[in-house]
Design a protein around this ligand. Structure first.
Ligand SMILES: [Zn+2]
Length: 454
């Protein structure tokens, strides 16, 4: 019997040709003309799972199918559920690609293709890791690979499926395999993402726009009213000034903040990625802390009055703004929406109509970064990469993490193998060749460590 590592080394070329085959199926979930390609990719994934020694099933939905691959190790073994997705974004603008987007192309140390990083490499490496374990030492955990074909269009049918199949999907641990590492050779475990409360504010003064000469100075201007409301959202130092906004915000441990201070977070690179924008935010927090563990409130858009060429002397009858808050544990998006509504109403002057409409609410997610899954994954990463992974959070919103944590198990970790700047959703998406191989070796180690409870 050989080891999973030796098996992966011996079969790597075959795994990479699998990767090329999956890439060649343009499973663009948003484009109805590619519906049969998404279906073909699902069938391909199911067949590949079967060849790996897993029991696959394809679950039809009103949208694109889910593919579930299972291995039973026994009632006493822990169950690991791994999530990934086999659908991709469109390849546009196609003429900016260095190579045809649906042909896996090697450029130096990288593979280029639509879906290379997001998320087909991770689909391939998860199946290959299971095969390597099954073909050598055995796969000592109950494994459920849950791959969807609708991630790029909002995962519409995933959550209802998970909620309706809680017993079949019962897992001790969940790995979300759809993300990137902190930096090259700096693997990461993501243990938190921010939630969201999204509102729209509309200020109305009358039924129609008015001549500024006939009415200016004698009636309220909704653009001025809206500006005052917006400027009331923050204090002079950049804290959100909505009463009660921070009441449920939890701090992370001093040890974690210390570790982040020593992370070598590249502020200059972050600033470049922000188009050169100055870095500022809540006092007493670093840039990564502002993104990862602090909530924020931002105006996403404003509209009022005449914005065409030249001039038009008009008093608008309406002004509107779209406002999003990124939330952290334990802020409740519904409660935050209510606080925003009250704040806006308090700052609305007499004689104007101000309406707040809630648009979207997602809860934040945070796991215990020293839990069993995190310890096992950290050990697996350390053995393969030679360094301890960094435990970080993510400023974005990941509703499936909340769903898994609330319906299956709180032991959820996001661990991905793409690298920052991978051009996900953009031309020339890439992933280093070595990341596939190392990803397979990390995952095959993780099974054993979870089974032994290391
Ligand atoms: Zn993805």
């Amino acid at each position: 019997m050989t080891s999973p590592d030796a098996y992966i080394d011996a079969h790597l070329q075959r795994f990479l040709s699998d990767f090329a085959e999956l890439i060649a199926i343009p499973s663009i979930s948003t484009d109805p003309s590619h519906k049969h390609d998404v279906q073909a990719a699902a069938s391909w994934v199911a067949e590949r799972m079967r060849r790996a020694g897993l029991q696959p099933s394809t679950v039809g939905t009103d949208g694109h199918p889910l593919v579930v691959g299972r291995h039973q190790a026994g009632p006493d073994a822990p169950t690991l559920l791994v999530y990934a997705h086999y659908d991709v974004q469109p390849a546009d603008p196609v003429d900016e690609w260095h190579s045809p987007p649906f042909v896996l192309t090697r450029e130096g140390d990288n593979f280029l293709a639509r879906g290379a990083a997001d998320d087909k490499a991770q689909v391939i490496l998860q199946i290959s890791a299971a095969e390597a374990a099954l073909a050598t030492t055995g796969l000592p955990v109950n494994l459920i690979l849950l791959f969807e074909g609708e991630e790029e269009v909002g995962s519409t049918h995933l959550t209802p499926y998970v909620k309706a199949h809680v017993e079949e999907l019962a897992a001790d641990h969940v790995v979300i395999g759809d993300s990137m590492m902190f930096a090259p050779d700096r693997p990461s475990l993501i243990f938190g993402t921010r939630g969201m409360a999204y509102i729209e504010i509309d200020v109305h003064t009358g039924t129609h726009d008015l001549h500024s000469g006939q009415y200016g100075g004698a009636v309220p201007n909704p653009a001025h009213v809206l500006s005052r409301i917006i400027s009331s959202f923050h204090d002079a130092e950049g804290r959100v000034a909505v009463e009660g906004f921070y009441d449920d915000v939890h701090d992370v441990s001093p040890a974690l903040r210390q570790a982040w201070a020593e992370l070598g977070y590249d502020e200059a690179a972050f600033q470049r990625s922000a188009g050169g924008a100055a870095l500022q935010g809540e006092p007493d927090f670093s840039t990564p802390e502002r993104l990862w563990i602090r909530p924020c409130l931002d105006v996403n858009g404003m509209i009022s009055g005449y914005t065409g060429p030249g001039k038009k002397t008009v008093l608008p009858a309406h002004a509107g703004a779209k406002v999003s808050c990124r939330l952290v544990p334990d802020q409740d998006p519904e409660a935050i929406t209510e606080l925003l509504r009250r704040h806006v109403e308090r700052h609305a002057p007499e004689g104007v109509e101000v309406v707040v409409t809630g648009h979207q609410e997602n809860r934040p997610w945070r796991a215990e970064p020293e839990g069993k899954l995190y310890r096992a994954a950290a050990a697996a990463f350390s053995e393969v990469y030679g360094v301890e992974p960094v435990r970080v959070c993510h400023g974005g919103t990941l509703p499936i993490a909340v769903d898994f944590a609330e319906t299956l198990t709180p032991s959820v970790a996001v661990m991905g193998f793409a690298l920052p700047g991978a051009n996900m959703h953009a031309p020339n998406e890439w992933i280093p060749v070595s990341q596939l191989e190392r990803g397979m070796k990390v995952m095959s180690r993780l099974y054993g460590k979870l089974a032994r409870g290391d």
